[in-house]
Design a protein around this ligand. Sequence first.
Ligand code: C2O
Ligand code: CU
Length: 501
Amino acid sequence: MDSKGPRISRRGVIVAGAALPLALSHAGRALGDSQRVESEAGPQSEPPAQTKPSAVLSITDETMAPLGVDTPVTVVNGQLPGPELRFREGERFQVLVENRLSEPTTVHWHGMIVPNYMDGVPELTQYPIGPGQSVYYEYPLLQSGTYWYHSHYGLQEQTGLSGPLIIEARNEPHSYDREAVVFLSDWLNQSPYKMIPQFRGEIPETAAAKPPTSGAYPFPGEKPFNIDVNYPGYLLNGKSEKDPWTLEARKGERIRFRLINGSTATFFRVALEGHELELIAADGQPVEPVRGQNIVIGTAERYDFLVTLKESGSFTLHAAALGSTRQAVGVVHTRDVPARASRKSPDFNGRAIGSADYASLRSPYPTTLPKGSVKTFDIELGGVMDKYLWSLNGQYYPELFSPDGKAEPLWIEYGDRVRVRMTNSTMMYHPMHLHGHFFRLLRRPGDWDDTMAPMKDTAIVGPGEKVDFEFTADNPGHWFFHCHNLYHLASGMAREFRYRA
Ligand code: C2O
Ligand code: CU
């Protein structure tokens, strides 16, 4: 592979490997309190000069009402979404997670190329963090871009345990005047643990278990978009439509939006009133700029885009939830014009990009993989809708609501060129996510010679579609591969890629 290859996964591995003994010295262990972490990481440790965590995420149970209805939440530092974590490429990620809940937790750093034991998947890569315990997560940051973090324990992601994770590039190729992180989420005014029993007809249905029968936003091309949970509302940076997030900017300014779909089960179609969007990154990785009027973003994906504010005014940022009749909104305005959100349904004229058009995502550098023995996995995304069962090749991973939990690992070896061919035989869209690696997302199934295939960590597979990706097995461990719809995951729609020792 030449130096223009998929820089991230390759570099990540080398350094992660080198950093292993160091990070092992004080990471991934459950400790009684933060005091002990600091003293243990004390004078005898090698570089990092800084041994104190650069951020502490304190997780608590509270009651909050983002949609006006009191709901039990699991939040980070009392905030919804959790605080933004921001680092510069080349720094060390040093974050202490304190569990002040009455149940266990873990935090996963979505899209980060981490050593396996920093990955935050309970039972798979670490013991759950018990109530009153803390875990120190530390690893080198050799990538840049827009990422996020979320709980990987139970359904805590739905009750608020998530937030943005931004790594600023050492050599930023784009220039802009300001930056805005836009974190989208879906919100339930009831316990998420009661949803799957409703879908399975075990308990009486509430309105949130009944999808709308008309007026729902389709996937572009008027393709109907099926949903399981009909959320009473959606949030943009934690704010509902009634009290929207606003951004003040100057006329003529170029703004970089870092759009994060931090929802548990929602795809959004996003547009800024009266403005063209220029997409520059997908899942944290650069793509050749592509222009459009609106962007479709699947669960767990990220898209960065640039916008130049054309004139003075107040412009609504719409994020319509596909399959629902509802949206989240924000407002971008100039100082001379008061912020005013339009709650009208956007009509989304013009070109839809992002996940509506994977074919237009092109990596700025060749992403072809180095030679290696090719290992191919054919994976059927399957489901039994009326029983609410979601599987990969007919097997269910042990999760809260899976019927048996006997999924076999997908065995790979260091250096393998791993090809995954997914076929979706269900009526739903599945956002499939691989931990610990970027993959080359083929823009046409079977086109393994696609030199400029974009690097991503999450790939949407629509109803009846086939989607292929490949990655180099260069980061040993046990890596989760799953549907990022939290309810599909909780039903067992997951597997593990396991490196042979
Ligand atoms: Cu966002 Cu298993 O991950
Ligand atoms: Cu799914």
